[in-house]
Ligand binder design. Structure first.
Ligand SMILES: Nc1ncnc2c1ncn2[C@@H]1O[C@H](COP(=O)(O)OP(=O)(O)OP(=O)(O)O)[C@@H](O)[C@H]1O
Ligand SMILES: [Mg+2]
Length: 598
């Protein structure tokens, strides 16, 4: 029941007024149906099968009376005409109500989808470091469509509820005693059906878990399909999928079994109930035959509805976990919200006049761990100069860059832009001025042109080629049969590693950023192409702030400042040649090794 209330609140807050309109529609439909039942009385009395012996106090007597004054053949026509009108009216409202239901359902799902996506993309970087992408995809696709089914179920549930309520009211009006007796039985039945609802709820939880695991697994497998094939891991992966597949099958079968069992029990109990009820009402309540007949008609139509409510509740129970998972995701996103809606309005890029600075910065990925990924960082990155960050793998170079871009937030200390602390007020304008080439460059599945224009939609053909020349990729793009319009596949798989890197570099430069951040951006290039890019960077020097991470020290020969990191700490900083001359320092050490290796 709690679950249903939860759903109601959500849909109500979304649909509001329309839901009431829907409710009124349902009431009218049920009323029409109720009136239809009453028409049976004069109809039957016309046929003369029954003798009604109606008492004047009886509620249906008045209906009976209306038709008594009318000549027999006219009254037959009258009853049939009313009947036809009722059906037309009912059909009309039913149609509108179904359309309305569809609108509520689809609108609610759209709202849920848009809202969830918005919250997701506005969540901070930390959120994405901790969440599996496949879980998010699963929620946005499979679970969302299950919620859509749940919404449908919910509306049906409300319809049944309204219908039941109105029919019961009519029955109550006819004979309070009989109705109360039947209702008591019904309540007992619903009470016992709670176990079924609980069971289907737990099966629903299992469904969500299984589909999450499945998606995570196959995403992983296909991302690593090359490793799987080259290491002949097909069999073990196939086994994994098979066993999970089996569990998914069992889960659904169990749900079906549960549903059919409860329906079966319901049917049996209902049969006993109706039989018992007819027996007792005739023997004990001495109900008038007309009333009794009407109540039997009402209840025999009502029972399927009541059992419908029961099975609706069960199905809702199994779908609520999906809904909850979606709502949980939303609230997690909101907790990890980086900026407010209005912050995303047009912001201008920051122009750094003096420097980017880290003051006493400490950062760790996991608050529960004692080791810091970065500690006691005090550095200045002067504007329009080139700063290089070097150090062994795992030293914290990429982490430092994420901090400078405001993706990670320092646990202690501050990142300052021209002396102003980096907060949500200037975060977005800082990012607007940054072009970033990450260590694992990402290209979207599309053409080269689309990938470039994504960052700068208004770039002209000329600017595109200029950027391609900068990154030493103009030649290879020209050689492609379709040039800029060549499709490059998922993540750019149809290009070589170095080509991909150069394209991402072109994309970064196309934006004409104030700050250019390159994390191992030339690691996959041959020396010739790397030298070209190095020369291009040299030309850019003085026009923008450049931050470069490189293992190959030749790349950073022109840097104005070199920062050496080791195990999360700055151990050396200064000019390239200055550090090269500090004989016992880590930097000259690294330099020496690289020269010796040549
Ligand atoms: N998402 C993460 N969650 C937890 N720890 C992380 C995460 N990313 C990095 N780390 C840890 O932080 C430390 C610094 O990682 P970082 O990626 O900054 O190194 P790096 O200097 O860029 O290394 P490389 O040269 O190999 O790219 C590493 O010890 C790493 O294990
Ligand atoms: Mg790195």
């Amino acid at each position: 029941m709690r679950n249903v209330l939860y759903f109601t609140k959500r849909i109500h807050s979304f649909a509001g007024r329309i839901l009431y309109l829907n409710l009124i529609g349902m009431m009218l439909i049920s009323l029409f149906e109720g009136i239809g039942i009453f028409l049976l009385i004069p109809l039957i009395s016309l046929t003369g099968i029954f003798d009604f012996h109606l008492e004047e106090s009886s509620p249906i007597y008045s209906i009976y009376r209306i038709f008594q004054g009318v000549p027999k053949n006219v009254s037959l026509l009258l009853i049939l005409a009313i009947y036809v009108l009722l059906i037309i009216g009912q059909g009309f409202f039913q149609r509108n109500q179904m359309i309305l239901n569809g609108k509520i359902q689809q609108g609610f799902i759209r709202h849920l989808r848009d809202e969830t996506y918005k919250n997701l993309v506005q969540a901070n970087w930390d959120f994405f470091l901790k969440k599996r992408k496949s879980d998010i995809i699963n929620l946005m696709t499979t679970e969302l469509s299950r919620v859509a089914g749940g919404t449908h179920m919910f509306l049906q549930f409300i319809t049944s509820l309204v219908f039941t309520f109105i029919q019961i009211s009519i029955a109550f009006w006819l004979s309070a005693q009989v109705t109360i007796a039947v209702l008591l039985f019904g309540l007992v039945l619903i009470f016992f059906s709670r176990t079924f609802i609980r069971k289907s709820n737990s099966l629903g939880n299992e469904t969500v878990e299984l589909s999450k695991t499945f998606l995570a697994g196959i995403t992983d497998h296909f991302n690593g399909i090359k490793d799987i094939k080259s290491n002949t891991l097909e069999k073990s992966h196939l086994n994994w999928v098979r066993s999970l597949s089996l569990k998914m099958e069992q889960n659904v079968n169990e749900l079906i079994e549960l549903k059919t069992t409860s329906q079966f029990i319901y049917k049996i109990v209902s049969a006993f109930l109706i039989a018992g009820f007819v027996f007792f009402s005739i023997k004990m309540f001495q109900a008038q035959s007309a009333q009794l007949m009407l109540i039997i008609v009402i209840f025999s139509r009502l029972w399927p509805r009541v059992s419908g409510i029961q099975s609706n509740l069960e199905q809702l129970g199994s779908l609520i976990p999906s809904f909850k998972a979606l709502i949980n995701l939303q609230s997690e996103c909101l907790k990890a919200k980086e900026l407010n809606e209005e912050d995303y309005m047009d912001v201008d890029p920051i122009v750094i006049e003096k420097e980017l600075e880290c003051q006493n910065v400490y950062f760790r990925y996991d608050q529960n761990q004692s080791t810091y990924a970065l500690q006691n960082i005090n550095i200045q990155l002067p504007a329009n100069h080139m700063t290089a960050i070097v150090g062994p793998s795992g030293a914290g170079k990429s982490t430092l860059i994420d901090l400078l871009m405001g993706l990670n937030r320092p646990e202690k200390g501050e990142v300052l832009v021209d002396g102003i602390p980096l907060t949500s007020d200037n975060l977005l304008s800082l990012r607007r001025s940054v072009s970033y080439v990450p260590q694992d460059p990402f290209l979207f599945n599309g053409s080269i042109r689309e990938n470039l224009l994504m960052i700068e939609p208004d770039a002209s053909e000329e600017q595109i080629w200029e950027a391609l020349k900068f990154s030493a990729s103009a030649e290879f793009v020209k050689r492609l049969p379709k040039g800029l319009d060549t499709l490059i596949g998922d993540r750019g798989v149809r290009l070589s590693g170095g080509e991909r890197q150069r394209l991402v570099l072109a994309r970064a430069i196309l934006r004409k950023p104030f700050i250019l951040v390159l994390d191992e951006a030339t690691s996959a290039l041959d020396t010739e192409n790397e030298a070209k890019i190095q020369a291009a960077l040299e030309r850019l020097k003085g026009t923008m702030t450049i931050i470069v991470i490189a293992h190959r020290l030749s790349t950073i020969r022109n840097a104005d400042q070199v920062i050496v990191l080791e195990q999360g700490e700055v151990i050396q900083k200064g000019g390239f040649s200055q550090l090269a001359n500090e004989k016992r320092g880590m930097f000259s050490n690294l330099l020496e090794k690289q020269i010796n290796n040549l």
